[in-house]
Design a protein around this ligand. Structure first.
Ligand code: ZN
Length: 359
């Protein structure tokens, strides 16, 4: 009875997978975790972790998680005072390495990897104050193209659909962190380029992120052109940056042109270029590390200056994220995968957070 009284209020709050670890967050300090493993079907191993003195709120689960070495994740109330996590893995020695501290339990999903628990992470009681601190920041997410403008397309893979999906996932991630988020489009509708930054300016956004997917200029370059690229508004230097800008600017030139080509460049302040560049570096770094943890090698195509019309006129740090080449066989396939798009969104969200924290 003593345990019940003491720990009745410790309940499972949320879980996530980062850095190849399953992280489970609780409302109070974790008292005790025990674990064991047993062989399971088809050469897999079942790892069982019991979190003592904890309860599982209705509707909370972990079965939606996916990871390449793991067959399934489950969490259940095993007894009135114990939550049981069951992980079925293709690897052998996972449960030797889990660790808990404060409100966080970390379970590595790869053999031989020790759990990492950073001091700042194990305190979910900070969530409330942290969220309210983030609330002062406003992020405008711009899903590229839409409606009559498909953007790039390859084998039924349409840029406008891919980027809307990433944008919607990003919106969820940022809202969960406590930011105020607005979308220039939240469905398959056409929005003129100047309207997108005008919208961000009206919302007094702190950050403008435009999301796009790239395409190689010709079929003989489908294999060679790949990677995640981030652009910030500045005079374009490389041919590849000019090509990318030309492609994304296309729809602008078809419509009425609001800006003359060189006038705007003199209007961009040096400070905004530097801030946008910094934001781009943080987003790039977080996207790549997040993707590589789960999908192996993904090309870093860099953080580059370019003159994208959609960034013109934004009064806040603004970047354009090219989430990959839909014309590249591997990346095109990855971009069709919802989990891959979730990881992209998570990386962008973490990058934005990192940038704002260090501002
Ligand atoms: Zn685009």
């Amino acid at each position: 009875m003593f345990t019940t009284t003491l720990f009745a209020n410790n309940h499972f709050v949320k879980s996530k997978i980062t850095q190849a670890e399953l992280k489970l967050y609780f409302s109070s300090d974790i008292a005790r975790v025990t674990s064991f493993s047993l062989p399971s079907e088809e050469g897999t191993t079942k790892y069982v972790f019991d979190i003592h003195g904890a309860t599982l709120p209705a509707l909370k689960g972990i079965s939606s998680h996916t990871f390449r070495t793991i067959k399934s994740f489950r969490i259940a109330q095993n007894s009135p005072e114990k939550i049981r996590v069951v992980i079925v893995s293709k690897q052998k020695h996972l449960n030797k390495y889990h660790a808990f501290s404060g409100k966080l339990l970390a379970i590595p999903l790869i053999d031989g990897q020790k759990a990492t628990i950073k001091g700042s992470e194990n305190n979910t009681s900070n969530t409330t104050s942290y969220s309210s601190r983030n609330k002062k920041y406003i992020v405008v997410i711009d899903a590229g193209h839409g409606g009559k403008d498909n953007g790039a397309s390859c084998d039924n893979n349409r840029e406008k659909n891919i980027v809307l999906s990433v944008a919607q996932k990003l919106k969820k991630k940022l809202i969960a962190k406590g930011y105020s988020v607005y979308m220039t489009r939240d469905d398959d509708s056409f929005v003129k380029l100047p309207k997108r930054t005008e919208f961000a300016n009206n919302k007094k956004a702190d950050i403008f992120v435009s999301i796009h997917a790239n395409a190689a200029p010709s079929i003989n370059l489908y294999n060679g052109f790949k990677g995640i690229e981030i652009y910030y508004l500045s005079p374009a230097k490389t041919q590849r940056a000019k090509d990318a800008a030309a492609k994304e600017n296309d729809v602008m030139f078809k419509g009425k042109d609001y800006y003359t080509k060189n006038a705007y460049l003199s209007l961009i302040s040096r400070e905004k270029i530097i801030e946008s560049h910094k934001l781009g570096i943080d987003v790039s770094h977080n996207m790549l590390s997040n993707i590589r943890t789960h999908f192996g090698k993904v090309e870093n195509a860099g953080v580059k200056p370019a003159n994208f019309w959609v960034l013109v006129g934004a009064q806040m740090p603004a970047i354009l994220v090219e989430v990959g080449y839909i014309t590249n066989p591997q990346e095109g396939e990855n971009l069709k995968n919802a989990y891959y798009r979730t990881l992209l969104a998570e990386g962008i969200s973490d990058g934005i957070e990192h940038y704002l924290k260090n501002k």
